[in-house]
Write a protein that binds this ligand. Sequence first.
Ligand code: NAD
Length: 369
Amino acid sequence: MPPQSSMANTDILIPATTLQDVVNRIFLASGCAPTEALRIASHLLGANLAGHDSHGVVRVPRYVEWQEAGFVLAGQQASIISDMGAMVLLDGHFGFGQTVAKQATDLAIERALANGSCIMGLRNAGHIGRVGDYAEMAIAAGLISIHFVNVAGSVLVAPFGGTERRFSTAPFCVGVPLPEGPVLLDFATSFVAEGKVLVASTGGKALPEGALIEPDGRLSTDPHTLYGPYESVGPRNPSLGAGAIRAFGDHKGSGLAMMCELLAGALAGGGTSGPIGARGRISNGMLSIHLSPTHFGDRASFEATARDYVAWVKGCAPASTDAPVLVPGEPEAARRADRLARGVPLPAETWANIAATAHRLGVLVPNDL
Ligand code: NAD
């Protein structure tokens, strides 16, 4: 399957190792310990490699600003709030999401491998990034995982039938390990992830029709609907726009967003998207269910049935001859192979923003890209 081209004329192509090295050095300079800086850098690069530029290195300036403002803290450990064995609830203490969500997921995986399943709640995590990363950890351990996620304090998305913001972009993710390759579904319940609006605002891929809505109900693809006025290089503040992102899939996506807010926000306890005052800080909540096919029944039979079914779905006659039917996870795998080989395309403006952050922290960036 050929990966879709995602390279615009103004993009620069950066080798994956160079990009990870620059981001790693930025977070070392911002005060993170080596393990944490490398984890943040490899997670953000991993999102770019998977093709989810919205959750990749474009986030670096904002992460550093959040750290400088004290909204996200280096060196935190997720701690257990309640523990029933099969259910465990943790607090991330506003640590970097890439650190505390990894710690929480490591624990859930350990429990599910021992007992067959584990329900894990995490509250007060800094931005955890691409949720598929955590499902990939479970897949590597041979586990199915289901993740409901919300963003406490971030209200960006209008519910079905509305024009005002009520939901966060509340992602949902399911990973299923199979010997032939995993099936991995991972998406925001908003029409587009907020990061895709961020990418579009820095000269990257344009937004699809109907992604945003103005207060008067007009549909929009203009990032200013979400961010209000902004300079071409510099921060974007989603609280300054008058409009909203729309929920995907009409009443169904809107309903799934509601469930993410209720399970990852209200039940895990870090709070929902709103109603908010001047909190200034956002955090991710996550409710994850980890399940071992080995403990659940006959793993071999499950895998054989799933393999045949996946092949049958993929064998469906395509609507367009140049676009075969794919299963969730395939686009990311193809993009990863392509970008590892050829480099990661970044809009010049995204790279300029990262370089500006690096220079401010005294980090040298290669200027011969
Ligand atoms: P998206 O709309 O690109 O959808 C991605 C999903 O659709 C993947 O599972 C992919 O395999 C599947 N897919 C794509 N094309 C396909 C095709 N042709 N056939 C079959 N399946 C296909 O994703 P998104 O909504 O833009 O989300 C991007 C990322 O943003 C996700 O990784 C998500 O976890 C992350 N996110 C994180 C937060 C947070 O607060 N941490 C919030 C929102 C989104």
